[in-house]
Unconditional design. Structure first.
Length: 257
């Protein structure tokens, strides 16, 4: 989906960061505040893989003053981000490409809801491990496997493709549907790598195993939200003007659970 901005403009729906303060305290996506708290004081370059809109990496760069590199597979986001946040170095990578950075050059990294979109999680994690300096820190977030994971709307495209096509086309248009889910020339189906057939939900043991196989030592595991899948599904079907209300419910759910 496009964001209409001019060069250097900070979109109105993004939080304006203040130096030295966590700009994501009230953000409905709790993973942003979680990652900022654990990485803001690490000295050196930061890497964000799968930045999507760039909201996290831009807020992180502007609130910490740290040099940041952002990588994504989506051509549209890679093209737009430099005009929105010129202080972040941006590059596009293919879904199976190695990271375009030398070994041991990055002090910290984030994979915020990225692993569930790739077919080879350990390969991605090993690439991140390769470019991290000794003792470097990685924050990974993934959707949790629990009682409400069956409601995951990202799996609709795999399990009920005709229903997904009708709903998506009705909301965003048939042309956008074809561009995102039919044209796979960039190696992607929507925001999934070609070959991925599930939006994976992870248990803690499974995630720890993947990280261990890639050479990481897990220091901390946490979680947030229990009911947000119900809210997310309703929000996807509701008019866009209602989104702020859904965001407030998701934020409350994350704070309570």
């Amino acid at each position: 989906m496009a964001i209409g901005v001019s060069a250097g403009e900070w979109p109105a729906h993004w939080v304006r960061p203040e130096p030295g303060r966590n700009p994501f305290i009230g953000h409905p996506l709790r993973r942003y505040a979680f990652a900022w708290e654990r990485l803001h004081a690490v000295p050196g370059m930061h890497l964000d893989v799968g930045f999507e809109t760039g909201e996290f990496v831009c807020g992180f760069a502007r609130s910490t003053g740290r040099p940041c590199v952002a990588l994504d597979t989506a051509r549209d986001w890679v093209r737009r981000l430099p005009g929105i946040c010129p202080e972040v170095a941006v590059a596009r990578i293919g879904p199976r490409d190695p990271l375009p950075l030398a070994a041991e050059t990055v002090a910290s990294a984030t994979l915020l809801d990225v692993l569930e979109h790739v077919p080879a999680e350990v390969a991605v994690l090993r690439e991140v491990r390769r470019i991290l300096v000794p003792g470097g820190r990685l924050v990974v977030t993934v959707p949790a496997d629990h009682a409400f994971s069956l409601l995951d709307p990202d799996n609709l495209k795999f399990r009920l493709p005709r229903v997904h096509r009708v709903l998506w086309s009705r909301r965003f248009g048939a042309e956008q549907y074809h561009r995102r889910f039919v044209d796979t020339s960039d190696g992607m189906v929507g925001d999934f790598s070609v070959g991925k057939r599930e939006h994976t939900n992870y248990g803690q043991a499974r995630l720890a195993e993947l990280l261990g196989r890639a050479g990481f030592c897990v220091e901390e595991m946490s979680g947030a939200n229990l009911l947000w899948r119900w809210v997310q599904c309703a929000g996807l079907l509701a008019p866009r003007r209602w989104q702020p209300a859904f965001d407030r419910v998701i934020l409350a759910d994350g704070r309570h659970f």
